[in-house]
Structures are given as structure tokens and as C-alpha cells.
Design a binder for this molecule. Structure first.
Ligand code: AMP
Length: 185
């Protein structure tokens, strides 16, 4: 977990490689569907272009399908899910059905000024439709209101690895690996 611009996607890919599991990014799946012009993509586009969350029933069903695929049997890393309380409940239900448990939840933290700066830079480089000023602000608000509070529940379960996301990419990766090792020890 981590706000947009915290380096979540970059670190997710690195951790997945390190642990030899697929990185499953709901944002990437939505973007691939938008690009491919699928029905799911059309729906996701309506919401993501405004910085809003795609409705839970759509997102939850997509994650359920994805986690049931063969390559996720040996473990997986979720990037960008769960993002609200209903998704936390659904993830618990999906994992119970698959008879697997969460090992750790990583939270990457960064202050808003740093995030805004990074997102502006990313907008220039990648030209993502949802990296405009208004949409960035909306996405950060949703993160603060709906997603950030979820980490408390995971902390109570003893699963939370909270890591400062500001720093060199390698250094942040090291911090995450140390924090995950501590949580899973
Ligand atoms: P991301 O790349 O993770 O920032 O996701 C890009 C966009 O995809 C978000 O702004 C949402 O519109 C949508 N999205 C990604 N993950 C979720 C999720 N777990 N629930 C709802 N919408 C999501």
C-alpha cells in the first residue's frame, strides 16, 4: 500500500522478482484493458480518468479471478489492492477460499509535497491521463480518506511493515525487505 507517487509500482516489481512471485497490479490490469478496448477497460476508464476508484464489484471479481490463476499458486504480491474497507473484507474472503494467508502488508509512506513533485515529473515523462493536477489531488485525497486508515487493521493483525518511501530506489527496497523480514520472523 502507498499513495500514488510513493514508488509502490516500482518497489512491487522488485519485491516480486526477489520473492519469485507475480506482482499483481490492479492499476496495470485496468490500464491494459483500457488500452485493449475491452468492456472492462471502458468501465475502468470512466472512473480512473477522474481519479475515482473503480466500483468494488468489478475490482473484486477481477482480483478473485487473477489470484485463482496458476502462476499465483506459489504466492503473489498485490499492488494497489485492497484500497478500501470493503476490499479488505473481500480479500480476506478470497484468501480464505484459496486457503492461503497474507504474510505481510507493506505501507510506503511519503509526504504530500514530495508526492506532488514526483507525480508532476511522472506526468511529464509518461503522460498518464490520470496524472493531471486535479486528478492527482483527487487520488491523494481518496488514498488519505479510504486507503491509509486500512493499515491500522493490518497493524493490529501484526502484518504491517511500514516503510519510509523517500530515498534512493535501492535503499527503499532494502528497507522494505528488512521490514518484511521483521514482520514474518
Ligand atoms: P494505480 O496505478 O494503482 O494508481 O491505479 C490507477 C487507477 O486504477 C486508480 O486511480 C483507480 O481508478 C483504478 N484502481 C486501481 N486499483 C484499484 C482498486 N483496488 N480499487 C478500485 N480502483 C482501482
Amino acid at each position: 500500500m502507498g499513495p500514488q507517487g510513493s514508488g509502490k509500482g516500482t518497489q512491487a516489481a522488485r519485491l516480486a522478482e526477489k520473492y519469485g512471485v507475480p506482482a499483481i497490479s490492479t492499476g496495470d490490469i485496468f490500464r491494459a484493458n483500457i488500452k485493449g478496448g475491452t468492456e472492462l477497460g471502458r468501465l475502468a476508464q470512466e472512473y480512473s480518468a477522474k481519479g475515482e476508484l473503480v466500483p468494488d464489484e468489478v475490482t473484486n471479481a477481477m482480483v478473485r479471478d487473477r489470484l485463482a490463476q496458476d502462476d499465483a499458486r506459489g504466492g503473489f504480491l498485490l499492488d494497489g489492492y485492497p484500497r478500501n474497507a470493503a476490499q479488505v473484507d473481500e480479500l480476506d474472503a478470497i484468501l480464505a477460499d484459496l486457503d492461503v494467508r497474507l504474510d505481510a502488508v507493506v505501507e510506503l509512506t511519503a509526504d504530500r509535497a514530495e508526492l506532488l513533485e514526483r507525480l508532476r515529473r511522472r506526468a511529464e515523462i509518461e503522460g498518464r491521463e490520470d496524472d493531471t493536477e486535479d486528478v492527482i489531488a483527487r487520488r491523494l485525497d481518496i488514498y488519505d480518506e479510504q486507503t491509509a486508515p486500512l493499515t491500522e487493521a493490518y497493524a493490529e493483525r501484526g502484518l504491517l511493515a511500514r516503510v519510509d518511501g523517500i530515498g534512493e530506489i535501492d535503499e527503499v527496497t532494502r528497507r522494505i525487505l528488512d521490514a518484511v523480514t521483521a514482520v514474518t520472523a
